[in-house]
Ligand binder design. Sequence first.
Ligand code: AMP
Length: 194
Amino acid sequence: MRLVLLGPPGSGKGTQAARLKVELGVPHISTGDMLRAAVAAGTPTGLKAKAVMDAGKLVSDDILLAMLEERLSQDDVKNGFILDGYPRNVAQAEALGHLLAKIGQPLDAVVKLDVPDEVIIGRVEIRFKAEHRKDDDPVVVRDRLKVYAEQTAPVADFFAKRGQLQVVDGVGELDEVTARVKRALAQESAAANG
Ligand code: AMP
């Protein structure tokens, strides 16, 4: 199963991906986690990305594509993956399409978690108190939501136009949301198998 999870910051992509990876037996690839690891390790990519991330803006497409290409060349993605945090704009969606075509691993499903802004703001506030991520600061979150609306929301349209988008209600108990995503994936594979 090759799956992209879309949704605004705080929509639960990371949480749901961590649960789904166990059920689907494929790795969870979070570009945000990869970048945070690069920052923590002080790599050249991390040094370039830190200020941009702290401001809630998008790190450059070139850096992300190189990172993703390297990750998707590893053995553990042979049976699929759950991509969380990429693509973040239409150029990245196009780049992903080319990359997956090149390695012969097209996407099976794209699921967007739908969560209203008021719910997001409340959730991220809780995460900020627990994890102290600079980009979860309430002021920065508003900027991240703006970046999402301007640059990432069109990615959902990009996949919708190709008939690949499934929208799932991301509000509710964790188990319930996981069950909704699984139902969407089951529908997708039933449709794919005719
Ligand atoms: P996330 O954990 O997915 O919310 O990502 C945290 C931050 O990492 C984002 O606010 C961006 O600064 C950066 N980031 C993660 N994924 C991407 C991406 N695909 N393109 C650009 N920046 C990204």
